[in-house]
Design a protein around this ligand. Structure first.
Ligand code: ZN
Length: 131
């Protein structure tokens, strides 16, 4: 298991963590298996989507903002219910296949850490199952 810290810089943000996950697979010398990327936060998430066009993550964040407005008569006193809802909608983890030491991702796919209540110091955890 490998734990990686990162600093987010905006209230909502998607950060490409693909290189860090690939590096961890290399350090653990994983040739065949699967990789779990998980975040232990209730107002963040992990997802896979396009990173070739930076407008895609921008559009995802904007669509989530429209679907889950920041203020909407929520009960949670901390005032960050929108971030909690987005975290559950997007999900805390992704699983990626590793073959010949490489993450099996589509041409346009990247793994993103999603911040929904930043800026904060965050972490994500990577674990491997080998075949
Ligand atoms: Zn809260």
């Amino acid at each position: 298991m490998k734990e990686i810290s990162l600093q987010t810089h905006s209230r909502v943000e998607m950060i490409d963590i693909t290189a860090a996950v690939q590096k961890a697979a290399g350090e653990e010398k994983i040739e065949e298996g699967v990789c779990l990327v998980y975040t232990p936060h209730t107002t963040a998430a992990v997802t896979i989507n396009e990173n070739a066009d930076p407008d895609v993550p921008r559009d995802i964040l904007a669509a989530l903002d429209r679907a889950v407005p920041f203020s909407a008569n929520y009960r949670h006193a901390e005032g960050n219910s929108a971030a909690h809802v987005k975290s559950s909608l997007v999900g805390a983890s992704e699983m990626v296949i590793i073959e010949n030491g490489r993450l099996v991702l589509g041409t346009w796919q990247s793994i993103f850490f999603c911040e929904f209540d930043g800026p904060r110091t965050r972490k994500f955890i990577i674990n491997f199952l080998t075949a």
